[in-house]
Design a protein around this ligand. Sequence first.
Ligand code: DUR
Ligand code: ZN
Length: 152
Amino acid sequence: MSVSTWSLSVDDRERLIQAALSAKGRAYNPYSKFRVGAALLTPDGQIISGANVENASYGGTICAERTALVKAVSEGTKTFVALAVTSDVDSPISPCGICRQFIREFCTLKMPIILAPSLYVAGSGERLIETTVEGLLPHSFGPEHLEMPRKP
Ligand SMILES: O=c1ccn([C@H]2C[C@H](O)[C@@H](CO)O2)c(=O)[nH]1
Ligand SMILES: [Zn+2]
């Protein structure tokens, strides 16, 4: 098995990107016409994917990243080892601010995040952005801060 320079293997990276690309096909996007797919990898190798789900009340829209996380967490999975995101744009798109904070809740700061273009050539590794939770959300606030001793 070939291994990338970081904690995610090339095989898992490829599986995750393909799952995100497939999930994009299940987007409910009548308003924006913009499809996004996300896929989470769990420690036991399972993949949980999600797509954006829009609403006639536009603010009710749920992004692909949060769909995947809410699916997983509500089914009992709360730890993840990687995330991939893709869209209809042929350059990588990056999670919105709300999703970054949502990802921060459940994923370690060093967890790999792969941002893939819509026309990703399988197995090539080309034009991917490989970042991390802390790369997308530096100096972040998270659950552990609520556990710290407080002084007035
Ligand atoms: O990272 C992103 C960015 C946007 N969207 C969705 C929300 C909305 O349905 C559409 C346009 O913003 O794309 C996501 O799902 N994830
Ligand atoms: Zn979002």
